[in-house]
Design a protein around this ligand. Structure first.
Ligand code: DX5
Ligand code: ZN
Length: 240
């Protein structure tokens, strides 16, 4: 797998009182995608942020804004996230009764559409949509919180997606989210992940709302991002 790897710092682990500064630091360290975790307290047992924060982020960065919707009835909110300035919008397979319709809705706003798989959801459930999605996000933790332990079953799912893509000649990209840090990054890249979401490994917080995340300070955040991306690039070269 020679795929170009990108780092997507997850702001969930940042200090929201210093959001712009911390995002800039993560981007200065080589991050190219800003991962925004949207939680509704129903689909996952946590509440985070919504379109107003995306709108504010849009004003301070030209980087890709990747909105991971961990919410029920995502179709109700996709238009607002699109209008707020999201570039990529992903919905959970488990939250969509009409997954193809949700993907079409995201595309109707000219945005890239992703589908997310919880740890217990098999890759097979996406066989009918892999030709219409722009990316698949494989969860390597159960969604809801940052700072959790990496679940290794994500690796065979990433490999399976890379294989299916090659066999069928498809173009979707593969993203991984949860527990990506210096000790797991090599494995996820070797398995075929190309977009690496990392919260606590970049911002240094433990990643939960109200947890006092982002304790690292701007220079530590920049250094964390740079180190993680370097490790990812070395792994990509090794597996090329
Ligand atoms: C979890 C979120 C993740 C989270 C990852 O539900 O989707 O994006 O921020 O945090 P870390 O990298 O700390 O596991
Ligand atoms: Zn996420």
């Amino acid at each position: 797998m020679t795929g170009h790897v990108e780092l997507a710092p997850s702001i969930l682990a940042s200090d929201f009182a210093h959001l712009a500064e911390q995002v800039q630091a993560a981007l200065a360290g080589g991050g190219t995608v800003v991962h925004v975790d949207v939680m509704d307290g129903h689909f996952v047992p946590n509440i985070t942020i919504g379109p107003p924060v995306v709108k504010s982020l849009r004003k301070v960065t030209g980087a890709v804004l990747d909105c991971h919707l961990m919410i029920e009835n995502p179709d109700l909110y996709i238009p607002e996230f699109a209008e707020a300035g999201a570039d990529w919008i992903s919905v959970h397979q488990e939250a969509c009764r009409h997954l193809d319709r949700s993907i079409q809705l995201i595309h109707s706003f000219g945005k890239k559409a992703g589908v997310v798989l919880n740890p217990a959801t098999p890759v097979d459930t996406l066989s009918e949509v892999l030709d219409v999605v722009d990316f698949v996000l494989v969860m390597s933790v159960n969604p809801g919180f940052g700072g959790q332990k990496f679940l290794r079953n994500a690796l065979h799912k990433i490999r399976a997606l890379a294989e299916i893509r090659a066999t069928l000649g498809l173009n979707f990209r593969i993203e991984v989210d949860g527990g990506v840090a210096l000790d797991t990054v090599e494995d996820v890249v070797k398995a075929g992940a190309e977009i690496l979401v990392a919260g606590s490994a970049v911002f240094g917080g433990i990643g939960g709302i109200g947890s006092g995340g982002g304790s690292g300070g701007a220079s530590a955040i920049e250094a964390n991002a740079r180190k993680l991306l370097q490790a990812a690039r070395s792994a990509a070269l090794l597996s090329a």
